[in-house]
Design a protein around this ligand. Structure first.
Ligand code: APR
Ligand code: PHB
Length: 390
């Protein structure tokens, strides 16, 4: 098989890249080792920055997003039994849209299928070869047959556990890591949201987050131990704990419902530098992971893909590699800002293992300062709605 860009991974990064390249008449083949249903059903975050929303709409995949996405003009911060609103729209003129990542994936798969360009699920034993040459190759197995894709460029969009980053020669990559000593226990419940906007709460018993997917589905998270056993969290215990952490003095109550999904999300910060080796380019989670506080993961993937498309289009139009040479530095500049923001939100809202009452009171003071200062709220808001994609 021959193509211009071989894309490894059909998560948001790979699918968006394939679509943007298609719109610029650049050929690609997308390969994915999981089954289509698995990729679609996988429950992940669900907050889109305005830039990600604009990208979906401008590239013709925004119809369902415009119809079903929930525009949020602000979020709540809860502490000391009270809630304080951060008014994104008033402070920045921008908003975010709550729309599940699996819906984003569904929309891009539909666009890919409509384009009739190749998207192969359930491939295995994916390997990259000759990435420093002008003819890199991707080898794979499909239905017990061996295949080889010869291409100009490989896009490693295969997530944190993929094979592309490990294919960089040893010593070439500098990896920066931050471990957080806790995780989130996340649930999806069939219950109408009882808050119109997200609530991030710091409570003596730990962090909790109130989010949603639709007018009928609530998404909630609780801080827990990284090795937390889900079996120790029967539904009633989860609802009680959420109510305790998120409840406010005015008597606000969470609407309960059937819990349809429970999972523990690890918290990690990771950045690989550079995001390129030869003609292999990393994008999205393959290159960087942020803790989910602030919902930056998917949006960072979207920004990488925009930069990469831009660079590839410039290359095919003019023959110049300048933009490709700038790709990693350009992405990483923005990635580090998102890393900083996610770390800051996480640190402010979570009780760390070693933390004592001093730290808790300092955190409360920070939240109190933040919610009383227009300057501080503006800083949170402009990061939350998304820094510019230059
Ligand atoms: N060959 C082919 N596909 C692979 C391989 C492989 N060897 N290894 C992994 N994959 C696939 C995974 O099955 C997955 O579908 O690559 C895809 C990577 O997708 P994501 O993990 O969703 O990563 P990305 O597209 O960068 O999206 C970033 O996803 O993880 C969330 O929070 C993150 O929202 C962010 C977004
Ligand atoms: C979600 O709805 O899944 C979500 C929302 C906000 C976050 C993280 C996850 O910060």
């Amino acid at each position: 098989m021959r193509t211009q860009v071989a894309i490894i991974g059909a998560g948001p990064a790979g699918l968006m890249l394939g679509h943007l390249l298609h719109l610029s008449n650049i050929d690609s083949i997308i390969i994915e080792n999981r089954a289509k249903d698995y990729v679609i059903e996988r429950v992940r975050a669900g907050v889109l920055e305005q830039g990600t929303v604009d990208l979906m709409i401008a590239s013709g995949v925004g119809d369902r997003l415009k119809r079903d996405g929930l525009r949020h003009d602000g979020v709540w911060l809860a502490f000391n039994g009270e809630r304080h609103r951060i008014d994104f729209l008033g402070l920045t003129g921008k908003s975010v849209v709550v729309y599940g990542q699996n819906e984003v994936v569904k929309d891009f798969i539909a666009a890919r299928e409509a384009s009739e360009r190749p998207l192969h699920f359930e491939v295995s034993d994916v390997r990259v070869r000759d990435v420093e040459s002008a003819r890199p190759k991707v080898c794979l197995q499909k239905d017990d047959d061996e295949h080889e894709i010869v291409c100009d460029f490989i896009a490693g969009c295969d997530g944190f556990h993929g094979i592309c980053r490990p294919a960089f020669p040893s010593g070439f990559l500098q990896c920066y890591e931050k471990d957080y000593p806790f995780a989130w226990l996340g649930i999806l419940a069939t219950a109408p949201p009882s808050s119109e906007e997200l609530v991030y709460a710091l409570h003596e018993r730990g962090f909790a987050l109130y989010s949603m997917r639709s007018a009928r589905v609530t998404r909630l998270y609780l801080r827990c131990a990284p090795d937390e056993k889900i079996s120790e969290w029967p539904d009633d215990r989860i609802w009680e704990e959420l109510q305790t952490r998120l409840g406010t003095k005015d008597g606000w109550r969470i609407n309960r419902g059937t819990i349809t999904q429970k999972a523990v999300t690890p918290m990690r910060g990771f950045v690989a530098d550079p995001m390129r080796f030869g003609n292999l380019f990393l994008a999205g989670d393959a290159a960087h992971i942020v803790p989910p506080t602030g919902a930056k993961g998917l949006n960072l993937a979207a920004a990488d893909v925009r930069f990469l498309t831009h660079a590839l289009v410039a290359y095919y139009k003019t023959g110049s590699s300048d933009e490709l040479n700038n790709y990693s530095a350009k992405c990483l500049k923005r990635v580090w800002k998102a890393q900083r923001f996610s770390w800051w939100m996480t640190s402010m809202l979570h009780r760390f293992g070693t933390a004592n009452d001093f730290d808790y009171r300092r955190q409360i003071a920070e939240l109190d300062y933040l919610t009383g200062s227009r300057a501080a709220m503006t800083s949170l808001a402009e990061n939350y709605v998304g820094l510019p994609i230059e």
